[in-house]
Design a protein around this ligand. Structure first.
Ligand code: ATP
Ligand code: LTN
Length: 332
């Protein structure tokens, strides 16, 4: 029998999950478990590259797990785990640090952005973080890594590091592909459509657990373009605000841009914005309700993350042992 292909991804529990995380990443993780062997984790080790409040980090890690499950990731069919529960991530992370070049790390956009934002805490972890991310990925030998557009650069670095390692030691790592959706790969802020939707700009960001009336308020206030035509037309360069709303509407309804243009022909932004709000509210409603229900059952969540860490640890351990042997560490 053919082995299933492997899919893996993670999100940092550094803030509440938002529509960009959902449309760019999580939506593409669900419903894949027949075809792929799927691993999804809470990247808690990555969050401490920026200072975190410990109680908030603990709470958000469990909330994120509940939200993963509510987004359709059945723990019986997907391996869901907390990164810090599988020590092989830290262990392979160190090894790969030694095969990742200073110059490569210096070119990472996320490092440049985050070091500009947190000038008082430009720590070593923030800089070497892509080597840990490469370890997160390569431990599971995945074929695909479903992420939003902003993570493509890190997956490409992972491929370069894996190829470098394989070139020296033989075929140790499978070379993974980023898997980036056609719509939703880069959702922009509703209040500043030139920046990506991000939890650090809460006014333009729609959170998965947000109340419907708050979501609708954000859509009604969404920045549309200052052209005079008041016409729903896809043109990201000239009409970034409207095009972003069209991208969101397309991603949640499955309609093409032509269909959306026809639907709102002659209706203008006043009708379009609340329609996008309603479509998003209806997409998120079952997720919010299910996440709240799951989060109330802490014992269930514990069973899920323990079983996940056991399965993940078994697979990761196999890769780590192979790596240690190849580089010349004495077997334990
Ligand atoms: P920050 O708000 O600090 O920029 P983030 O919201 O981007 O963080 P991450 O943990 O960096 O959160 O991202 C998790 C996943 O969501 C990644 O796969 C990332 O590519 C995707 N993602 C994040 N923001 C967006 C967005 N605006 N549009 C599409 N995908 C996104
Ligand atoms: N770097 C990612 C989160 C992340 C990840 C990973 C994604 C950490 N390890 C492995 C895919 C695969 C981010 O900041 N969004």
């Amino acid at each position: 029998m053919d082995e299933k292909k492997v899919m893996l991804s993670g999100i940092q529990p550094s803030g509440d999950l938002h529509l960009g995380n959902y449309l760019g990443a999580i939506k593409n993780w669900a419903g894949r478990s027949e075809e792929f062997d799927c691993y999804y984790f809470m990247a808690d080790m990555h969050t401490i590259t920026v200072r975190q409040n410990p109680a908030d980090l603990r709470r958000r890690t469990l909330e994120q797990l509940a939200q993963y499950i509510a987004c359709g990731l059945d723990p019986e069919k997907n391996t869901l785990f907390i990164q810090s529960h599988v020590p092989a991530h830290a262990e392979l992370g160190w090894v790969l640090n030694c095969y990742t070049m200073f110059g490569e790390l210096s070119r990472m956009t996320q490092f440049k952005d985050k070091s500009a934002k947190h000038k008082d805490n430009i720590n070593g972890g923030l800089f070497t973080y892509p080597a840990l991310m490469a370890a997160d990925i390569l431990l599971y030998q995945p074929d695909f890594v479903p992420v939003g557009n902003d993570q493509k650069q890190h997956v490409e670095l992972t491929r370069d590091v894996a190829e470098r390692f394989n070139h020296i030691y033989g075929d140790v790592f499978k070379i993974p592909e980023p898997y980036i959706p056609k719509t939703g790969a880069r959702i922009m802020s509703l209040s500043a459509p030139e920046s990506k939707m991000s939890k650090s700009m809460p006014e333009g960001c729609v959170f998965l657990m947000e109340k419907p009336e708050d979501i609708q308020r954000k859509f009604k206030r969404a920045i549309t373009d200052s052209d005079t035509e008041n016409c729903v037309r896809y043109d990201p360069a000239a009409k970034p605000g409207v095009s972003n709303l069209m991208n969101i509407y397309s991603a949640v309804t499955g309609k093409s841009y032509e269909e959306i243009e026809q639907e709102f022909d002659g209706k203008g932004y006043g009708a379009f914005k609340p329609a996008v709000g309603d479509a998003v509210i209806e997409t998120l409603r079952p997720i919010r309700e299910e996440a709240q229900r799951i989060l109330a059952d802490k014992a269930y969540l514990e069973t899920v993350y323990r079983a996940g860490a056991e399965k993940a640890g078994y697979i990761a351990g196999k890769t780590l042992r192979k790596v240690y042997k190849k580089i010349g560490f004495v077997a334990r």
